[in-house]
Design a protein around this ligand. Sequence first.
Ligand code: URP
Ligand code: ZN
Ligand code: ZN
Length: 474
Amino acid sequence: MKTLIKGGTVVTAIDTVEADVLVDGEAVVALAAPGSHSWEDDADKVIDASGKLVVPGGIDPHTHMELPFGGTYASDTFETGSRAAAWGGTTTMVDFAVQVKGETMMDGYTNWMEKAAGNCAVDYGFHMIAGDINESSLKEMEQLVDLGVTSFKLFMAYPGVLYSDDGDILRAMQTAAGLDAMIMMHAENGIAIDVLREQAIARGETDPVYHSLTRPAITESEATHRAIVLSELAGVHLYVVHMSAKEAVAEIAEARDRGLPVFAETCPQYLFLSVEDHVSKPGFEGAKYVCSTPIRLRSEGHQEALWNGLATNDLQVVSTDHCPFCMDDHPTLGMQKKLGLGDFTAIPNGLPGVEDRYQLMYHGGVVGGRIDVNRWVEICSTAAAKMFGLYPKKGTIAVGSDADIVIFDPNAKWTKSVEQHHMFVDYSVYEGLEVQGKVETVMLRGKVIVDGDEYVGEKGDGQYLKRDTVSVHH
Ligand code: URP
Ligand code: ZN
Ligand code: ZN
């Protein structure tokens, strides 16, 4: 099956060129000046991309489909969440398999494989959440790398659940260093935060806004600093996830300036949402925006610092940390966000976003004048492909790359709403936001899976990605 995408502007992390793209089977086989060839004659399908951007499929390296958290599960399954990802122009997601206490890492891997296999609309890989570091789980890390799970997430937050102390972190980092694997870190001082949470509850401060206020920026920057020190000791690649504090970004910048292989991501929620406008909404409304690291005070200047970090490459990636929980009861799982009515510490942490990212980053980044189109593609696709062992199969449009391609209308204007999204959750954190730029067509390995507003793929189109080790060093 040959498809010609003609007349569009092809944008990669490096170039912006007017070019026709020829896809044969699952791969890109040629690019050429518009109309300079006779490809149309033997193409099975021709897509007219005039006036549109032709960009690599998005890569979201941080999702949590069906994550168990706080007595419930994230509301999107691999089936519903990956389809929503496709609608939003994301053709690869890397989800977090979980090793909970008492399990082996292989248990976590097998469980996640079972949840995802045959259900995904887009290609998928896994990181491993190392929730129980001990002699035997450290030994399993090599086996996981061989299976394509080449990154391991550790938690300095959530004591008693997924938390690891500094000794276990260092042991895991040393093991990862020997395997060329990436350590991903949830960097918040969870022990200190737990004290602040207890004290807030004792004062009667039970509303959702206190979730944000009991996780001050310094608890993120201290943990980020400590993670960098431990990674330097171990000589491992470090990737700090979901950064929201400007002081923590400064720690990353300082480490990178010293030449350390330290990387970091932020997420759209930290660039668009604030305590003042969202988390402090009256009643229980603020629960929609409860996630960790938290949405922060706009007045403290974090949003500007994060945008600036993306522009200057102090931050390399924008992921979603997609981890939705319903405000009203979930049809099968029952109470979700409402578990924390009257006690913010019981609100499941996380919010939806897998469908929103590529388009929102165009709107806020490119239309907003903060980054150019090439940087937009880099932070939403290319950098993650390089960081997580998928490049150049994924993350670019080049001869031989998978034909994961998004045709994007840079001028379409629309309003974001729960009515229009496809994620399995009953609210949008961007409700009413007017945006410019829209995904029009999505191709996964040469097959069109989204055509206009219609999903035309099939359950199970997505394949498991056995990832290589890290292929970027600074
Ligand atoms: O609030 C969040 N981020 N929930 C998902 C779990 C995590 O820490 O990434
Ligand atoms: Zn986390
Ligand atoms: Zn997460």
